[in-house]
Ligand binder design. Structure first.
Ligand code: ADP
Ligand code: MG
Length: 208
C-alpha cells in the first residue's frame, strides 16, 4: 500500500461521509457512557478538516495530515479533539517531506500516532478507549504489507465490538465504572470508521 496526496484526501473525505451519516449513532453511544457530544464533535472535526484540505493544493502528504491535526485541535472540544489532533500531528511529523508514502513509512507513522494518543490520554489497551481499536489495527499493518482491506475492516470492527466487554478506566466513561460494561466506546466507533475509510482507499489500490 502506497499513499499519495490524493489518497490521503480521499481517506479523510470517506471518513467524513461515514461520520456524518453515523453522527446520531455516535451521539447515542456517548449518551450511554458520556455526555452525548461525540457525534457532534466528530462531525464538526471531520467536516472542517475536509473543508480545509479541499481548498489546499498539496505536494506532501504530511501537510494534509498537519491541516487535519490543526483543525481537530482548534475546532473540536472534548477529549477527542486533542487526541485525534495529536494522532494526525504525529502522523504528519513521521512522514514529513515524503510523497508518496510507502507501506513501511505510513505504518510507522500510524504507530507514532497511536503512541501519541496513548501518551496524551495516558491510556493503554484494555481501558475502553480509541486505543483499543488503534492498537490492533497498527499491529495488523505491522505484520506485513499484504494486508487486505477486508482484514483491516474486520480487525477494526472486532476491536470496536470488544470494547463492550471492557470497564472504562479513562475519560468520562470511567465515571460509570462497571456500568460502562455492555456499551461500545464512542471513540472506538469513530476510530473504526476512520480505519474502514482507510481500507476503502486501500482497496481501490491508490485509484480512489
Ligand atoms: P469527551 O469525553 O470530552 O466528551 P468525546 O465524547 O468527543 O469527548 O470523546 C470521547 C472518546 O474519547 C472516548 O470514547 C474515548 O474513546 C476517547 N478518550 C477519552 N479519554 C481518553 C483518554 N484518556 N485516552 C484515550 N482516549 C480517550
Ligand atoms: Mg463526550
Amino acid at each position: 500500500m502506497e499513499l499519495t496526496v490524493q489518497d490521503s484526501i480521499y481517506w479523510i473525505k470517506f471518513a467524513n461521509e461515514r461520520i456524518q451519516s453515523e453522527k446520531e449513532y455516535l451521539t447515542s453511544l456517548d449518551q450511554a457512557i458520556g455526555d452525548s457530544d461525540h457525534g457532534i464533535n466528530m462531525a464538526r472535526g471531520f467536516q472542517q478538516s475536509v473543508n480545509k484540505i479541499s481548498d489546499g493544493s498539496y505536494v506532501h502528504v504530511s501537510d494534509v495530515f498537519k491541516d487535519v491535526a490543526m483543525t481537530m485541535m482548534s475546532k473540536v472540544g472534548g477529549a477527542s479533539g486533542p487526541l485525534y489532533g495529536t494522532a494526525f500531528l504525529r502522523l504528519s511529523s513521521a512522514v514529513k517531506e515524503k510523497n508518496p508514502l510507502d507501506h513501511k513509512v505510513f505504518v510507522e507513522g500510524l504507530e507514532d500516532a497511536l503512541n501519541g494518543i496513548k501518551q496524551r490520554g495516558k491510556a493503554n489497551k484494555g481501558e475502553k478507549t480509541m486505543v483499543d481499536v488503534w492498537e490492533p489495527v497498527v499491529t495488523l499493518l505491522n505484520k506485513n504489507n499484504e494486508v487486505t482491506a477486508e482484514e483491516i475492516v474486520n480487525t477494526a470492527k472486532e476491536a470496536m465490538e470488544h470494547t463492550k466487554k471492557l470497564v472504562a478506566t479513562k475519560g468520562r466513561a470511567s465515571y460509570f465504572k462497571e456500568k460502562s460494561i455492555g456499551h461500545i466506546d464512542p471513540g472506538s466507533a469513530s476510530s473504526f470508521y476512520l480505519f474502514e475509510s482507510l481500507a476503502k482507499v486501500w482497496k481501490s489500490g491508490g485509484q480512489a
